[in-house]
Design a protein around this ligand. Sequence first.
Ligand code: 6R9
Length: 648
Amino acid sequence: MSDQLVFRPSEAAVANTYATKSQYEEMYARSIREPEAFWAEQAKRIDWIKPFTKVKNTSFAYPDVSIKWFEDGVLNIAANCIDRHLATRGDQAAIIWEGDDPGTQEVITYNQLHKEVCRFANVLKANGVKKGDRVTIYMPMIPAASYAMLACARIGAVHSVVFGGFSPDALAGRITDCQSRVVITADEGRRGGKTVPLKANVDQALKNGAEADTVLVIRNTGNDIAMQAGRDLWFHEAAEGVDSDCPAEPMNAEDPLFVLYTSGSTGRPKGVLHTTGGYLVWAALTHQYAFDYQDGEVYWCTADVGWVTGHTYIVYGPLANGATTLMFEGIPSYPDAGRFWEVIDKHKVNIFYTAPTAIRALMGAGSQWVDKADLSSLRLIGSVGEPINPEAWLWYNKHVGHERCTVIDTWWQTETGGILISPLPGAVAAKPGSATLPFFGVQPVVLSPEGVVQSETKAEGVLAIKDSWPGQARTIWGDHDRFVSTYFETYKGLYFTGDGCRRDEDGYYWITGRVDDVLNISGHRLGTAEIESALVGHPKVSEAAVVGYPHDIKGQGIYCYVTLMAGESYDDELKTELRNWVRKEIGPIATPDLIQWAPGLPKTRSGKIMRRILRKVAENEFGSLGDTSTLADPAVVENLVENRQNRP
Ligand code: 6R9
């Protein structure tokens, strides 16, 4: 191997693996050569009520994109994640819940999970929820969030989980877009010792234009909240006397399972739709192989169920495999920067999966926090959500993995359903900063920005995928045209990821980040368009342009250029006001880091904002602004450079 820093699988990792190097190579080759046979076999890992006879029926041909897997098969996801384990592991922990407050925890066995999910499903049914109906879930990280998701899956309702950190307006938009008539929430959530007013946010969302018939409220903190008669129901009251058994609805493989909103480069967030059969096969298979999950291990993914990582790798993948999945309500820094490590020791966690932003923040807090923990239970540590810089990778490997654990960097997206590029622990040597090689069935393609396929191994450009895989999103809720134009129009015949990448001489993929107007803030996707639209919604703002810039902890920070209405005064007080405004409009994750007053924005003569220049100024690289001759008013740039906010 060419690069100096290569970490080969340890003997222990090879002894433990489902795929050695040669097995990975064989399976990968077969998955490409004979996808029908390969996937027919892999799909046997889940229980089908009625077996499928067709495996793959997919086309990326523009504009007739259509993706179907196992299309005549019938199954139920909740039955796969719960019922089929009861005979062999009814008393095994399905979920270990660790509360925000270090003293709180709960263990839920598969038997208990069955009962809870059935009761939840019966409450939904009693409130009129039927197969195909959408249900919005706006919850803290408590076990009831996964009961709610699995209850929807059990009766065939389509869940739309909205991250509990989103604002009432962001929530309202998501309720309206998929027309959910039922919202599931809690009185309040807890995070880092503070409470989050979830139910009050729902009230606000329903006041601001969203509509719902029923709000089901879980009692969590027990603090007083307002309840609206005729609309709001306490879950514990609604669940009184309901049956603790509920039959699992037979679902077609292509019936929708969930909608999850994610940011794109333009417009409002889009509801990415995943279906049943292919998604579950992908979630279960990738969870088993990427983590080499072994029976009895304790597995912890630190994501929130409001993101796709929480869907696939806290709930569906691990439970489909009969795993013990740890669910954490809190944050890495509460009560102190040792929390993650204490939780690992307390619950003897074997597999730990987190985000680079958390690793960088904990690295910044000082190694003394992690070094006083034992961490000997760990076998594998993973990362997801954004590129991991080699420095953070090496710190993670040394201080968390004790140079003994396997480290995996997994690349994927909301739209991909699960991991697409990642080293398999017993097969593929890691290089810090590279997500390495594709998973079974995944054919990455590197294109020049003009769309020329790079056939040399060593290549650089944008990343696309050549053919469908079972876990792929099928459409955007209510807007198939947008699905087709977002992912399949730019490079005909290929799925376009929106990421830039480099492939080295060993065929390893190095993801370099988004090439579109999507920001990745602490591993969370945000569209610049969403932040701009929040800013121009403020009465004093006339125009705004938002770009990302490198940020030590968050990966990217949010840099806003703002032009005010004539006569408004550019002062610091207004900057604070705008920061709070965006927080309120979208949520704390969208809070601007830097705001620059821009009496003028650089525009072409046809009026297009030249973002390239704005990015350079934000990156503090104004020496290389490139061609500015097409600007309508070149003097604007001088002013921007002079007043730049990101000085070292
Ligand atoms: C799972 C998830 C997707 C975007 C993706 C890319 C970035 C995710 C990464 C990574 C480099 C990794 N991304 N994992 N970049 N290396 N291992 O994060 O989904 O929220 O949809 O974000 O995140 O830019 O396009 P999602």
